[in-house]
Each structure stands twice: as structure tokens, then as C-alpha cells.
Ligand binder design. Structure first.
Ligand SMILES: NC(=O)c1ccc[n+]([C@@H]2O[C@H](COP(=O)([O-])OP(=O)(O)OC[C@H]3O[C@@H](n4cnc5c(N)ncnc54)[C@H](OP(=O)(O)O)[C@@H]3O)[C@@H](O)[C@H]2O)c1
Ligand SMILES: CC(C)=CCC[C@@H](C)[C@H]1CC[C@H]2C3=C(CC[C@]12C)[C@@]1(C)CC[C@H](O)C(C)(C)[C@@H]1CC3
Length: 615
């Protein structure tokens, strides 16, 4: 086996691809097959380099008093305002590579020629700008107009906001030098384009959810767990200390009629989705620069569904059927989700490489779970986007209504209990809010990063409608009288959670849509090398995930109306805390990769992740 020259963790200088410039990098790993080193630049960029492109630190001569650039990201302070740069362009006082003499000429020439490098910007939403900025160090107020906004680009494979084409505009005539310069820039731009748009399968050590064994367990464990919970909840004494009831045989739970009703529900939602009402927006740029179009008509779908449900109630349709066949409906939805996941996986095998999710790994079991294809579509019908908000989320509200009616029927009430009204209205507000702010879904991890596989299919179509409606399901057979003072406290808690949740989400969405929005001018931001800035004041200066905090406070307010007799109605709060802590860790990992030093600065400034002074 050929030996390697540099050890993991060693700090060396790595050549910037396509140029003769060397930057300080850390050796992360070495692949003995390809003989490539994975190195990390100071701004967090990771690249693979050949041994020839790496030099020990000692082989470089430091210029006295010269400010050196130690990563492809330039130091802002040392940079002339009028002069723009590229990764291949040496900083003002950059050291020289001893080897290439023609590079010296290029550098000399650059002192005389000013070339403006203008990335063609792919806008995420509105007018976010891609910037190449080496120094994420200083914080600035958001109302300060950003200088040099056109000269930045991002190397991260994950970031969607990447510019990869450059037009070179000479400010002064000097044809020969311009040509040399232009050639080098084009080469680098091409190199970056190739690297940036590569969909590299993630390595085994990077697999999330405990890798293959983890996702295998989740896929079998979650459906079993769901049925156990529903069965325990139906018992007279739903104590967790009781022996869990046996799971019924599948054939006992299967009812073709129920499955037919489920399919009908799904098809009605498909129909509403296809209606040509609501505005069409573009999603974030994909890995190849394309932007998919999405029609925002979730709120209309909700209004139409409410009209259909209202009309059916008026016609005397027996909604109790859903309550009395709840387990059968859950099984029908699970079967549908398994069939859908198999279809999604099969079709992904034919999908072009660029359409694959960055989360996919090349392992069949893992990819079946996380989803191989990022945005599976049949024509313009986007399967993931549709499932995320429609059948499950709207279905959850309908199930809650079913539980409210069941409570009245079973407990022989003329009006629903206060507890049931609270649970129903709180969760209705949550769903309406999600549909009203439908566009925000387009920037979530689920749409941008995760593929559409078993995880989201099961989460969207089974877990959300049958577990998120758990408090209402519990109240049907376990009534709890809530006093008005207690109800008032719970309402205040819910409103606090909602204000934090909505405030944080709206602040971030508005900032991502238009970073120079005058309404956000009072907020402080940190520059990052990707061109997108990070908010460090306002909600996002309080904790790093204020929206999760608000969501969790709301979750508690949904459970409190169920009283304190059993832990079961608090299952949602416990599960949701685990989900959001895990989700936060995933997001943190992606942000660290994407923003490098800037993210670390943000973490220093805002030390708590979700719960202030706790976590
Ligand atoms: N009910 C449920 O089951 C459930 C489950 C999951 C999530 N949710 C809710 O869904 C909503 C969306 O959650 P999410 O997990 O998709 O993620 P999110 O918290 O809305 O977004 C995370 C992203 O925000 C950006 N960001 C992070 N810090 C920032 C800062 N300081 N300034 C500006 N941008 C920053 C980063 O992306 P960019 O920099 O690339 O923009 C980061 O990747 C949340 O309210 C969450 O509570 C609900
Ligand atoms: C249990 C398993 C296998 C997975 C659970 C994940 C799944 C339940 C969640 C993953 C992303 C979540 C999400 C919402 C609901 C729950 C998920 C699908 C969301 C639709 C809830 C309403 C919010 O306002 C939202 C921002 C639209 C949420 C988007 C993400």
C-alpha cells in the first residue's frame, strides 16, 4: 500500500484548485484508494486534494508585515474596496508560490489591471445575495448597505444559494493581461461549478438516525409503537404501568372499506391541490441551478375541505365511523405509506443524479428511509410538497373534529368539554398558521435536504394525523374538567408560545426574503462566506432556535387541558422535545458545514440552542 506523506490533523498548505495559491488547511482524512486527502480550509470549506497539491507549512516563506490570507475566504480588512477578488486571485500581500513563474507575471499584471468579477446570482427568495466574503468576523446592523455584494460565492455543496458563473468586466484596457486573468478565473469558476454541483453520496460515518440499523429499527418500531399507544389510550385505565394490551392480528385490523374512505380522502386533497388557484412561487435553487415552481393553495384547500366536511355533517354523514374504526384507519394509512415509499424508491432508481437528495447515501435501506429522490414529481405534481401539508395536516384537524363529536356522543354531552374545545382550537390555529404561511415550507430541511422516502411519508401521512390528534383521542374516553382560571392560564401559555413561534419564523423568513427589509433594519447580523447573513439579535439572538422553543411551549399548552392523571397525553411533548433536539443537532451540523467560522461566532454570541440558560 502506498504510504501517505501527511497525517490526519496536520496543518499544511493546500493548493486552491486551478490556481497556484496555497492556503492553510487541516488534513481531515486520506483515501488510500483514490490517494486523495480531504482537507478543511479555515472558512470550513472541505475539498479533496492530491498529495502534490499539499505542502508543509515550512516550505513557505512569510512576508514581513504582509497580511496573509489563510483561507480561500479573504480577510475583509485587508481588501481594497474597489478591487474584487476570486479564490484564485491573490490577496494584496499574498505570498508567492515558488514554483510557477508565469503566475508571478499574472500577479504583477493584477497590480495594474482591475477586473470586476461578477457572479450571476441565483436568488433564493426575493433578493438574497450571494457573496464571497472571507471574513465573517464583524457584526453589522442590517440597515448598513452591503458593499461588494457582487463578488462573493460559496463553495459549499449543500448551500443552494450558489453562483457559479462569472462575467469578467475589465475596467481598464490591457488585453493580454486580461486574457491571462480571464483564463484563470474561468478555469476556477469551472472547477468550482463541477465541485459545487456534485451530488456526492455521503460516507457511512455521516449517516444520520443511527445509520442502517437505526433506520431499520425506526421503520419497524414506529408503526408498532403507534398501535400500542392507541390501544393503551383506549383502555379504561391508560396507565403506562399496566401491562400493554396485545397487538391485534393484522387481518383483524384490515378493512377494505376503511381503506377506500382513506383513498377517497387522499384523492379529494389531490384534486384541491391541482386547482389552478393561488399564486405560483419558485423554490430555492436546486443543485443544478433550476428552481421548481410550487402553487400555494394549501389555505384554499383547507377552506374547501371545511366546506365539504360542513356539507357532509349537514347531510348527516356518520363521522363516528372514523372514531370507531380509528385503528383500521391508522393501518390503512400505514399500508398506503409503505406502498408509496416502495414506489418512491423504485422511481428514484431511474432518477438523474442531480435529482437525488443530498441526504441519500447509496445504501438501499437507508435511502428507502431518508428518501433517495429530493423532489419526486409526476408532471408538475410534487409528491413531497403535497404530502407535507395536505392529507396529514388537514386530516389532523378533521380527526380532532371527529374526536370532539365522539366525546359529545360517548359522554352524552350537549356541548363539547372546555378541555376538548381548547385542544381543538389550539391545534386548528397551528394548522391554519402552517397553511397560511405555506411558502415558508419551501426553505425547510425537509424540502431542501431530505429526500422523500419512508421517513417523511410515514411522518406526514400517519404520524401527524394519528399521533398529533392524541390529546383529543385521549379526552374522548378520559374526560377532564378544566376550570376557567386554569383555562385562562393555558390560553396565555399557548399565546406566548405562538408569539415566539410565529415571531421567530416570520423574522427569519422576512430576512431571508429580503435582507435589507427596512422593518428589519434594527437587527444585527453576522456576515458569512456564503453571502447569506445570520441574525444575531431579535428572536434569533435570544436562542439559536427560538421557533422550536415557541413550538414546544405550544405543545405543552396542548397537553395541559388533559389534566395530570396520566402521562399519556404528555407523550406528544416528550416526543416533540426529542424530535426538535435531534432536528436542532442536524441543523447545527448543516449550518456548521455551510457557514464555518461564522456559525461558530454565532454560537459564541448566542450560546443556548433552544432553552435559555438550560440547553
Ligand atoms: N410540529 C412539528 O412536528 C414540527 C416538526 C419540525 C419542525 N417544526 C417547526 O417547523 C418550523 C421550521 O423548522 P425547521 O426545522 O425547518 O428549521 P428552522 O429553524 O426554521 O430553520 C433552520 C434554518 O434557519 C436558518 N438559520 C438558522 N439560524 C439563523 C439565523 N440566526 N439567522 C438567519 N437564519 C438562520 C438556517 O438556514 P439558512 O441559513 O440556509 O436559511 C437554518 O438551517 C419551526 O417552527 C419548527 O418548530 C414543527
Ligand atoms: C416519526 C417520523 C418517522 C418522522 C417524524 C417527522 C415528521 C412528523 C415531521 C418532520 C417535519 C415536520 C414538519 C411538520 C409536521 C411534522 C413533520 C412532518 C410541519 C408540517 C408542522 C407545521 C409547521 O408549521 C411546519 C413548518 C409547516 C412543519 C414542517 C415540518
Amino acid at each position: 500500500m502506498p504510504s501517505r506523506k501527511f497525517a490526519d490533523g496536520e496543518v499544511v498548505r493546500g493548493r486552491w484548485p486551478g490556481s497556484s495559491l496555497y492556503y492553510e488547511v487541516e488534513i481531515l482524512s486520506h483515501d488510500s484508494t483514490s490517494q486523495l486527502y480531504t482537507v478543511k480550509y479555515k472558512d470550513g470549506t472541505e475539498l479533496e486534494l492530491k498529495e502534490n497539491d499539499i505542502k508543509p507549512l515550512t516550505s513557505f516563506r512569510q512576508r514581513k508585515g504582509g497580511s496573509t490570507s489563510s483561507s480561500p475566504s479573504r480577510r475583509r480588512g485587508s481588501r481594497s474596496r474597489s478591487r474584487s477578488r476570486s479564490p484564485g486571485r491573490p490577496p494584496k500581500n499574498a505570498r508567492r508560490s515558488a514554483s510557477a513563474s508565469h503566475q508571478a507575471n499574472i500577479k504583477e499584471a493584477r497590480r495594474e489591471v482591475e477586473v470586476k468579477l461578477t457572479p450571476l446570482i441565483l436568488k433564493p427568495f426575493g433578493n438574497s445575495i450571494s457573496r464571497y466574503n472571507g471574513e465573517p468576523e464583524h457584526t453589522e446592523r442590517n440597515d448598513v448597505p452591503h458593499k461588494n455584494t457582487q463578488e462573493k460565492f460559496n463553495l459549499s455543496q449543500e448551500s443552494s444559494y450558489i453562483s457559479t458563473q462569472y462575467s469578467l468586466r475589465p475596467r481598464r484596457e490591457e488585453v493580454k493581461l486580461k486574457e491571462i486573468d480571464s483564463k484563470e478565473e474561468k478555469f476556477i469558476a469551472k472547477e468550482l461549478a463541477v465541485r459545487t454541483f456534485e451530488v456526492t453520496p455521503i460516507r457511512a460515518k455521516d449517516l444520520e438516525f443511527g445509520g442502517v440499523p437505526g433506520v431499520f429499527l425506526i421503520m419497524f418500531g414506529l408503526p408498532v409503537f403507534l398501535f400500542l399507544l392507541l390501544l393503551i389510550c383506549k383502555q379504561k385505565d391508560p396507565s403506562l404501568l399496566n401491562f400493554p394490551p396485545p397487538l391485534p392480528a393484522l387481518y383483524e385490523l384490515w378493512e377494505t372499506r376503511v381503506f377506500g374512505v382513506y383513498l377517497l380522502w387522499f384523492l379529494i386533497q389531490v384534486l384541491f391541490y391541482l386547482l389552478p388557484i393561488g399564486k405560483v412561487v419558485e423554490g430555492t435553487p436546486l443543485i443544478d441551478g433550476r428552481r421548481l415552481k410550487y402553487r400555494l393553495n394549501g389555505f384554499y384547500a383547507f377552506i374547501l375541505t371545511s366546506a365539504v366536511i360542513g356539507a357532509s355533517l349537514f347531510q348527516g354523514v356518520e363521522f363516528h365511523y372514523v372514531y370507531s374504526h380509528f385503528l383500521q384507519f391508522a393501518l390503512g394509512a400505514t399500508v398506503f405509506c409503505v406502498v408509496l415509499s416502495v414506489y418512491l424508491y423504485m422511481r428514484s432508481l431511474k432518477a438523474p443524479r442531480n435529482d437525488l437528495s443530498p441526504a441519500s447515501s447509496g445504501n438501499a435501506v437507508y435511502d428507502f428511509f431518508i428518501g433517495r429522490e429530493l423532489n419526486p414529481r409526476i408532471g408538475t405534481f410534487d409528491l413531497k410538497y403535497f404530502c407535507e401539508l395536505r392529507p396529514g395536516l388537514i386530516g389532523w384537524v378533521v380527526i380532532n373534529l371527529v374526536m370532539l363529536l365522539a366525546e359529545m356522543k360517548i359522554q352524552d354531552r350537549a356541548v363539547p368539554s372546555l378541555a376538548m374545545i381548547l385542544v381543538n382550537s389550539f391545534q386548528l390555529l397551528y394548522v391554519v398558521d402552517a397553511l397560511w404561511n405555506e411558502e415558508a415550507l419551501l426553505t425547510t430541511m425537509d424540502i431542501i435536504h431530505d429526500g422523500f422516502g419512508f421517513m417523511l411519508a410515514f411522518g406526514d401521512l400517519v404520524w401527524v394525523p394519528f399521533i398529533y390528534s392524541f390529546q383529543a383521542f385521549y379526552l374522548v374516553s378520559h374526560p377532564n374538567e378544566v376550570s376557567w382560571p386554569m383555562a385562562s392560564l393555558i390560553i396565555v401559555l399557548k399565546l406566548c408560545g405562538y408569539v415566539i413561534f410565529r415571531g421567530a419564523n416570520s423574522q427569519k423568513n422576512a430576512f431571508r426574503k429580503n435582507p435589507s427589509d427596512p422593518k428589519l433594519a434594527h437587527l444585527k447580523t453576522i456576515h458569512t462566506s456564503t453571502g447569506k447573513n445570520l441574525l444575531v439579535s431579535g428572536w434569533w439572538g435570544f436562542v439559536r432556535h427560538p421557533n422550536y422553543l415557541g413550538d414546544l411551549i405550544m405543545a405543552l399548552a396542548w397537553s395541559l387541558p388533559c389534566g395530570f392523571n396520566h402521562i399519556l397525553p404528555y407523550f406528544y411533548v416528550i416526543y416533540f422535545t426529542m424530535l426538535l433536539v435531534h432536528r436542532e443537532a442536524r441543523d447545527e451540523y448543516h449550518c456548521k458545514k455551510k457557514y464555518g467560522v461564522a456559525w461558530e461566532k454565532y454560537c459564541q454570541r448566542v450560546p443556548y440552542r433552544i432553552f435559555p440558560y438550560i440547553y
